[in-house]
Design a protein around this ligand. Structure first.
Ligand SMILES: *Cc1c(COP(=O)(O)O)cnc(C)c1O
Length: 308
C-alpha cells in the first residue's frame, strides 16, 4: 500500500558536467542528478527511503513516522513521497516550533508534526524512545533519522544500474569511479555494495573526520555479509558540518553560472569543491571518467540563506 506504483520509479538523469578546471585536467565527469528525479521528491533521501517503504508495506503499516531537524532533507523527501504516493507521514522534529521553508513544505505535504524540544530529540537512540509513538500512532512504521542503516544503503545501490543504463548517452562505455558527499556514509555504503570492488567509490566528508563515517560504512557493509572494498574518504567539511566560507560560496556561485547546475553549501557544493582540489592536486590521471552524484538538498538552502 505504501509502495510506489510499478510504473513509477524515479530515474536520475546522467548529464555531462562541463567546467574549465575539469577540461584543463583532462577529467570527464558525468553528474547523476538526484535533484531532478521528481517534481516533489528530491535527492539521495528518496533512494534511502525505498527499502524502508518496502519493509513498512510488508508489515502492513498505514504510514511512516520518522525524525529530523527543521531543515531536514530526509523529512522533506518523506513528506513529499507521502503526498506523491498517498500514504500518511508523521515527523518528529528537533527543537521548538519554528517556521522554516522546509517546515512549511512538510505541512503543505500533509505531514503531521510533533516538536520534541532539544532534550527530547537527544533521547532518540534511547531504548524505549519509540514506545509512546508506537502507542500514539499504531500501524506506523518507524524509519531512523536520515533513513540510514542497511535498508537505506540498499536503496542507494540502485544508482549503479541507473548510471549503467545512461552511459551511452555520454558516449562512455565505462567509468572509473564515483565521487559523492557523505554525511553518515549510508549512500556511499550502498554504492560500495553495488560495486563490490568493480569501481572505487570516493566520499567527500561533509562532517568532520571524527564523526565515524568509516566505521559506519564498514558496519553497514558487514551487516550485508560483505567486506567493504575500494572506497576512500576525503575531508571536505571545511571546518565543520554546515560551516560556510567565502571561497565555498564563490565556488558555488561561479559553478552554477558556468554549468547551470544548482548546488547547496552543506553537501554538494563542498563535495564538488573537494573534487576540484583533488583534481588540481593531480589525484586523477588524464582521461579519468567520474560519476559525481548530485545528492540533492536544494530545498534546504532556502532556509540556509535566510539564517546566515
Ligand atoms: C543526507 C545528505 C547527504 C549525505 O548522505 P549520507 O547517506 O548520510 O552519507 C548528502 N547530500 C545531501 C544533499 C543530503 O541531504
Amino acid at each position: 500500500m505504501l509502495l510506489p506504483p510499478a510504473n513509477w520509479l524515479p530515474q536520475a538523469p546522467l548529464e555531462r558536467l562541463q567546467l574549465d578546471w575539469l577540461s584543463t585536467a583532462g577529467i570527464e565527469v558525468g553528474i547523476l542528478r538526484l535533484d531532478r528525479i521528481d517534481p516533489l521528491i528530491s535527492g539521495n533521501k528518496w533512494f534511502k527511503l525505498v527499502e524502508h517503504l518496502k519493509a513498512a508495506d510488508r508489515a502492513g503499516a498505514r504510514g511512516i513516522i520518522s525524525l529530523g531537524g527543521a531543515h531536514s532533507n530526509h523529512l522533506h523527501a518523506l513528506a513529499a513521497a507521502g503526498k506523491r504516493l498517498g500514504f500518511k507521514t508523521v515527523g518528529l522534529l528537533r527543537g521548538h516550533p519554528q517556521q522554516t521553508p522546509t517546515v512549511a513544505d512538510l505541512q503543505a505535504f500533509g505531514m503531521q508534526l510533533h516538536w520534541l524540544g532539544f532534550g527530547g530529540y537527544r533521547d532518540r537512540h534511547a531504548p524505549g524512545f519509540w514506545q509512546p509513538w508506537q502507542t500514539q500512532c499504531p500501524d506506523f512504521h518507524a524509519v531512523p533519522e536520515g533513513g540510514g542503516g542497511l535498508p537505506g544503503a540498499l536503496g542507494c545501490a540502485a544508482l549503479k544500474a541507473q548510471v549503467n543504463a545512461q552511459l551511452a548517452g555520454l558516449s562512455w562505455s565505462d567509468y572509473h569511479g564515483w565521487w559523492l558527499a557523505c554525511g553518515t556514509g549510508t549512500t556511499l555504503a550502498g554504492l560500495v555494495l553495488a560495486e563490490a570492488g568493480e569501481h572505487p567509490v570516493y566520499g567527500a566528508l561533509a562532517v568532520p573526520e571524527d564523526h565515524g563515517v568509516a566505521p559506519q560504512v564498514e558496519a553497514i557493509v558487514q551487516e550485508a555479509g560483505r567486506v567493504a572494498v575500494d572506497y576512500a574518504l576525503f575531508d571536505a567539511s571545511r571546518g565543520g558540518f554546515a560551516k560556510v566560507d567565502a571561497q565555498l560560496l564563490e565556488f558555488i556561485d561561479s559553478t552554477e553560472r558556468s554549468s547551470g547546475v544548482p548546488l547547496e553549501p552543506l553537501y554538494t557544493g563542498k563535495a564538488l569543491l573537494a573534487l576540484k582540489l583533488q583534481v588540481e592536486a593531480g589525484r586523477f590521471e588524464r582521461g579519468t571518467r567520474l560519476i559525481f552524484v548530485h545528492t540533492g538538498g536544494l530545498q534546504g538552502r532556502r532556509g540556509f540563506s535566510s539564517c546566515s
